[in-house]
Design a protein around this ligand. Sequence first.
Ligand SMILES: O=C(O)c1ccccc1NCC(=O)[C@H](O)[C@H](O)COP(=O)(O)O
Length: 240
Amino acid sequence: MSAFVDSLLAGRPLIMEVKRKSPHGEDLMAGRPVAEVVASYAAAGASCVSVVTGRWFGGTPELLAEVAAATTLPVLQKDFLTRRDHLHRARDLGASAVLLTAGLLTRSSLTTLVDGALALGLTPFVEVTTEAEVAALPLAEHCVIAVNNKDIKTGEKDAGDLGRSERMLPHVLAAGTRCPVSASGIADPAVAAHLVRTGYRGLLLGTSLLRAGNVADWVSEFDTALGRVPAAEIPVVVPG
Ligand SMILES: O=C(O)c1ccccc1NCC(=O)[C@H](O)[C@H](O)COP(=O)(O)O
């Protein structure tokens, strides 16, 4: 059982991210309080919230606690988590899911961390960029498998290759996950809707939402592109 996966599968397939800085040093919060950004995500219909605590993106562990205190939605911690005590800290600070970056961990560390996360009731959110990483994944059926469209090894300074998500989806599904996610570099609501139509059950959105003037408008464009009627436009029928 995973609150993170259940929330994504039951609701809008959007994980909305709090990240202080872009890889190029741009201030993405623009002076807004964390709680205000998180509230705008919840109001716009996020199913889950992600928070980047890595310091190269301006994050801190305390930012996780701040985000978790501001929402009842399941929270993903994005950082380079490499040890079991990192998992304990994540849980204690309020995370429901933890990022494990397959390309940066040995197979045995990844297995230990997936096991450790599950034992603590945390959902392993395993990020992959190659088919070989997917094939080597332990306990894939208990993990979210996220295809990262950007390259973390070069600090995600690239624009992102959304074709990677398309190419890798059959391999990700074959691994047995209930919840394939496409992450990073998704700038356009129509492209986001296309990824969902191809079979992704979750999208991780950071920069595009943090830069959007109005998150609700972005989501409404996404809903329209997906063929969903935005809640605000459903006519209220008063009986009798
Ligand atoms: O991807 C990682 O391995 C990673 C590790 C530590 C901190 C952050 C990490 N990734 C950050 C991201 O992948 C992006 O912030 C996230 O996917 C949203 O991307 P974007 O929509 O392009 O801002």
